[in-house]
Design a protein around this ligand. Structure first.
Ligand code: ADP
Ligand code: MG
Length: 547
């Protein structure tokens, strides 16, 4: 019975009766029996089917079996095909030799013994089947090996990619730390420079103020003085931004809803950005509260909007978005917690990697000397960092820029109404006796000049120790205006020393620097440098008023 695993057996004989008898003998093997009545037919069948074994009658009319065998063997496909010769001749040595010469592998004598023929054919059929199975197994094995190899290669590539990604991530994190350290030391440097500048500007501005009081009526002097004052004011505003970057700015934090602040900036932004830039905002439905300096945040957003404008010379879109974001512990340098994120997104030129990396550095600008100060992003960076927040920028050349400002979400409720404005009254103009303390002679003198010009009596001390002596000696002193950062005794130390014997003497800490020690409970009123005569005037008014 033919089965699915059966093999093909070719029976070649010119006598149909013989073919029939072979069939009868072999049918019980269950293989496919294919008949050929001539050598030509035999070759045809061989080419058409996969034949396991050929049974050949040695004597046929057209050519004898040995000749057919020779032809079959000559074909490269059939070089190894097994053949069984059936011969009426006696099993002589000659026949056998001839048979084996042709590569024949077996010989069945006539009269055919059915069991013998069956046994021989079965052996070859089995051999063929086994060989075929082996081939299939081999192919399967090869396929599996190939599959495994491919899998392994994929896994390897995967691993390599992951290792590469890790390395890149790690490098990016080392680069970020490096960048932060660089900004940190730049901050210290900038802070120091700004501190010195403030002292210089205080002197310059106060002298200019006094000069213009005296000579401002003369048109030429007035014009020259006006120009000088404007330049010095510009210097003062740059110095402020340097201080902001150094996180040494005097911040006046308040709890407020940034959405309201942004909405309130709309007109100003429209005016500053011009008609070719479309401004849209997505401030979300939920009001969030943050604790920051609202004026400085306004300045920061304006700076970012101006950068966006500069990056969109042919117009474009500016989008301001607000959202809350939970930050987990892994998000260095922010500490874990809830934040409010303000994103400012533009469709401008974008930045390449190098520009993006350096953009927040103070004085880094790509806009040319007269156009850019390189302090815009520095100010923003300093502000968010000083407010316990962070700035994140992403940009690609040709794909615009996104700047995200993170501020800690405040859980407290905003004050019912804004803090009372400082009052300026005529009381300020009443002459006072004031002690000015500053280790910088020029600064101390110019402050003294401004105060005298307002009609006050002024004492000067160039150190904390000297100041202490003067306060002891001159009981008529009604107000002390002291610098903080001084060698020997700082302004805060001086204040606490004075408080011990004169608890009600008002002391104002004048500083260009927010770098005051934390946790000082002295609650001293502050005045930030560089100060002008008007600042002094309103400060004195508020101090006297509060008393
Ligand atoms: P400035 O605006 O004075 O150049 P900034 O600190 O504000 O200084 O910006 C520094 C630099 O960062 C810019 O000169 C510019 O190259 C790049 N930059 C900042 N914001 C953007 C932006 N939105 N699109 C493209 N480049 C920007
Ligand atoms: Mg700018």
């Amino acid at each position: 019975m033919p089965n699915t695993d059966s093999v093909n057996i070719l029976l070649v004989d010119d006598q149909p009766s013989k073919l029939l008898s072979y069939e009868a003998i072999l049918s019980e093997l269950g293989e496919n029996l294919i008949q050929a009545g001539s050598a030509r037919e035999a070759l045809e069948r061989l080419l058409k089917y996969d034949i396991a074994v050929v049974l050949i009658d040695v004597i046929m009319p057209e050519l004898d079996g040995f000749e057919l065998a020779a032809m079959v063997r000559a074909h490269p496909r059939f070089q190894n095909i097994p053949m069984i010769f059936v011969s009426a001749l006696a099993q002589s040595d000659l026949d056998r030799v001839r048979g084996y010469e042709q590569g024949a592998v077996d010989y069945v004598p006539v009269p055919v013994v059915p069991e013998l023929l069956r046994a021989k054919v079965r052996v070859f059929a089995e051999l063929y089947r086994k060989t075929r199975q082996l081939e299939l197994l081999n192919a399967e094995l090869e396929r599996r090996v190939e599959e495994r190899t491919a899998e392994l290669a994929r896994a390897n590539a995967d691993l390599e990619q992951r290792v590469e990604e890790r390395t890149r991530e790690r490098e990016k994190a080392l680069a970020q730390v490096h960048e932060m350290q660089k900004l940190e030391s730049l901050g210290q440097l900038t802070g120091g420079v700004a501190h010195d500048f403030n002292n210089l500007l205080t002197t310059i501005l106060s002298n200019l103020d006094l000069l213009s009081k005296k000579h401002g009526n003369d048109p030429t002097s007035g014009r020259l003085l006006g120009g000088a004052i404007r330049s010095a004011e510009r210097g003062a505003s740059l110095t402020k931004r340097m201080l902001a970057f150094a996180r040494k700015q005097e911040l006046r934090p308040a709890v407020f809803d940034p959405a309201k602040l942004i909405a309130g900036m709309e007109d100003m932004l429209k005016a500053s950005l011009g008609p070719s830039i479309r401004i849209t905002s997505d401030l979300g439905p939920i009001p969030y509260l943050i604790r920051a300096d609202p004026n400085q945040l306004e300045l920061a957003i304006l700076n970012l909007a101006l950068n966006a404008r500069d990056a969109m010379p042919r117009g474009g879109d500016l989008v301001i978005k607000l959202r809350a974001e939970k930050v987990d512990a892994s998000a260095q340098p922010l500490s874990a917690g809830d934040y409010v994120c303000i994103s400012i997104i533009d469709t401008g030129t974008g930045m390449d990697e190098v520009t993006l990396k350096r953009a927040a550095e103070p004085f880094f600008t790509t806009k040319g000397v007269a156009k850019g100060t390189g302090l815009g992003l520095s100010m923003v960076y300093g502000l968010v960092a000083q407010s316990d927040g962070w700035i994140r920028m992403s940009s690609q050349p040709g794909h615009g820029t996104t700047v995200e400002l993170f501020f800690p979400l405040s859980k407290s409720s905003p004050p019912a109404k804004p803090a009372r404005e400082m009052q300026t009254t005529a009381i300020a103009d009443m002459p006072k006796c004031i002690l000015v303390v500053d280790d910088e002679v020029l600064v101390a003198e110019s402050i003294s000049e401004m105060l005298s010009d307002l009609g006050h009596t002024v004492h000067i001390a160039y150190s904390g120790a000297l100041a202490l002596e003067l306060v002891h000696a001159h009981t008529e002193i009604e107000l002390v205006l002291t610098d903080h950062a001084m060698p020997g005794m700082t302004g805060v130390e001086l204040a606490s020393a004075i408080r011990k014997f004169k608890p009600n003497l008002p002391i104002v800490l004048g500083s260009g620097y927010a770098g005051l020690p934390e946790g000082t409970d002295l609650q001293l009123p502050r005045l930030s440098k560089p100060y002008r005569q008007d600042d002094l005037r309103s400060l004195i008014a508020s101090i006297i008023w509060a008393k």
